[in-house]
Design a protein around this ligand. Structure first.
Ligand SMILES: [Zn+2]
Length: 187
């Protein structure tokens, strides 16, 4: 049996992530973990789970994930309902930047055998510029978070949260067998 875990899968990084190990869930000890570097989720390993061990990253990265997020989440005893103090998101204007694919040249050159051919850049539609991903900020207990990630956790059932008063930039969450953390934005 190898059932897909859609909740875990929803927290991995997309293909463009340079830390390749974040693009799929992985085993860490007796846990299954997924993260995109800004948000992390984990649950206990279950029979039938098929994921890879984290072999390609350094021991210090593993330790940081384990001690910095997982062990802290596991030690929390006073979970709260969400939201405690939630400020509606502020929409930020998207800013334009030089297209990362064509580097602003509007087209891309390809070689096939001895032939060179040019195509209009698809990323920017030949404009040479693309829009930076829009971050919609919201506040939970006065701390700013990317609303995109808050929405991911508010979609979970029976959501509980925890924020340390001294470290509100880490928002821990719990939903049934799942636990995790969201890293906040600079206020
Ligand atoms: Zn382009």
């Amino acid at each position: 049996m190898n059932k897909k875990d859609y909740i875990i899968d929803n927290f991995t990084a997309d293909e463009s992530e340079v830390r390749e190990y974040l693009t799929r869930p992985f085993f860490m000890d007796d846990l299954v973990v997924a993260s995109n570097g800004h948000i992390l989720i984990f649950r206990k390993e279950k029979k039938g789970d098929k994921f890879e061990e984290l072999k390609t990253v350094s021991g210090s990265t593993v330790k940081q994930i384990r001690n910095g997020y997982i062990n802290k989440a596991l030690a929390i005893t006073d979970w709260h309902e969400f939201p405690v103090d939630f400020e509606a998101p502020e929409y930020q204007e998207a800013t334009s930047r030089k297209c990362p694919d064509c580097n602003g040249f509007r087209e891309l050159n390809f070689y096939s055998g001895s032939h060179e051919y040019t195509v209009t850049c698809k990323e920017c539609n030949g404009e040479g510029e693309t829009l930076q991903r829009e971050i919609i900020r919201c506040k939970v207990n006065g701390q700013q978070f990317d609303y995109h990630y808050i929405r991911k956790i508010t979609a979970l059932e029976n959501l509980k949260i925890y924020q340390d008063k001294d470290k509100p930039e880490l928002l821990f969450f719990k939903s049934g067998e799942y636990m995790g953390a969201i890293m906040g934005l600079k206020n």
